[in-house]
Design a protein around this ligand. Structure first.
Ligand code: 4NP
Length: 158
C-alpha cells in the first residue's frame, strides 16, 4: 500500500481534482487497493469546504464527482504519507518549510515531474482566472496522474 498526498494552496481547486483523478485512474487499472490517497492545502483558508463550484462543475462535465472536504496540511502528514505531490513551487516551499528532516523533504515532488511537455512545470492555479482555466488544469492533472500511477506501479514491482 502506497500513501499519496496531493497538495495545493487552498485544497479546493487543484489538489482535490488530482486526488479524484488519481482515484479514477487507479480504479480503471484495477489497482485502487494498492493506494491510499488524500489531498490537503497549505493555507487552511477553506477548511471543511467542498471543492470550488467551478472545479466541481468542470469535473462533473467529465463524469467525475468530487466530494473531498478541504483540510490544511499537518506535520503528521509528512511522516504518514510516502509521496507528497505538490502543484507548484510555492506549495513545495511551503511544505518544505514544515519539514524537520531530509527524509520528509525527499517525499515532496511536483505533480508535473514526468510531464514530457514541460517537466516539473507548475500546475497553474485556476482560482483567479476564467472557466477555460479549469478545463486546462483538468487536462494537465489528468495526464500527470497517469504518469504518476504508472511510475508508482513500476516502483512497487522493483
Ligand atoms: P487551489 O486554488 O490551491 O488550487 O485550491 C486556490 C483556491 C483558493 C485560494 C488559493 C488557491 N485562496 O487563497 O482562497
Amino acid at each position: 500500500m502506497k500513501k499519496v498526498l496531493f497538495v495545493c494552496l487552498g485544497n479546493i481547486c487543484r489538489s482535490p481534482l488530482a486526488e479524484g483523478l488519481f482515484a479514477e485512474a487507479a480504479a480503471a487499472e484495477g489497482v485502487s487497493h494498492l493506494f491510499e490517497i488524500d489531498s490537503c492545502g497549505t493555507n487552511g483558508l477553506h477548511d471543511g469546504e467542498l471543492p470550488d463550484p467551478r472545479t466541481r462543475k468542470n469535473a462533473l462535465s467529465h463524469g467525475l464527482t468530487l466530494s473531498h472536504h478541504s483540510r490544511k496540511i499537518q506535520s503528521a502528514d509528512l511522516d504518514y504519507y510516502d509521496w507528497i505531490l505538490v502543484m507548484d513551487d510555492a506549495n513545495k516551499r511551503n511544505v518544505e518549510a514544515l519539514c524537520q528532516e531530509d527524509r520528509q523533504k525527499q517525499k515532496i515532488h511536483k505533480l508535473r515531474q514526468f510531464d514530457p511537455k514541460e517537466p516539473n512545470a507548475d500546475v497553474q492555479d485556476p482560482w483567479y482566472g476564467g472557466e477555460a482555466g479549469f478545463e486546462t488544469v483538468f487536462q494537465v492533472i489528468q495526464q500527470n496522474v497517469h504518469f504518476w500511477l504508472k511510475y508508482l506501479q513500476q516502483e512497487s514491482q522493483q
